[in-house]
Write a protein of this length. Sequence first.
Length: 228
Amino acid sequence: MPESVIPEELFDFLRELQSNNHRDWFNDNKRRYQTEVRDPAVELVRQLEKPLARAAPMLSAIPKPHGGSVMRIYRDTRFSKDKTPYKTNVGISLRHQANTNIHAPGAYIHFAPEECFIGMGSWRPERDVLSAIRQAIDANPKAWVKVRDQKAFRQHFEFTGEKLKTTPREYDKTHPMIDDLRRIDFIAVAPLSEAEVTSPEIIKILIDRVRAARPLMRFLCDAIDVPY
């Protein structure tokens, strides 16, 4: 039986980091981080490259320890009350080739001891992008509802993120799609268990989820006139 690319030790390290989130401990365990966390995450991205190119050719899988799809473990604490220096999760960003900004439609993979998932869509899109997505929903609500409620998609994914408490100024509060038009995040999340993440099937599972989210990604990309 093939081995999983993600070892159980990855979660062991992250649990220990949660209790020891300071530089002295991390420096003493940096080699463990590299071999048990960073390198397996980079290898996961490497193994995703070819199947992702078939399932979602506009998403980029860049298997590099620095400057690639695997996000840095170091937190930016400049504007945060939380001054702990390290993230206690693995983040993998599969960005759209047409726009490398993290707010463009893309995929995000998250591994943490309490929460593992793959997210698909647009998180906190900039104003023009958000406006274009809302206009697409307003122009073709039936197409949006078909995407949003598709059985294969909803079998795995749930929409998450924030909504406006008020109504966008361009739309009436009685609009039949007003609940979706209030969204400021167009992101859907499919949870993963730790057992799934550390199983030999994790590549297949992730690609299956990417395929299930294809209608959503196409709708979002069509709305802003980029290919998917």
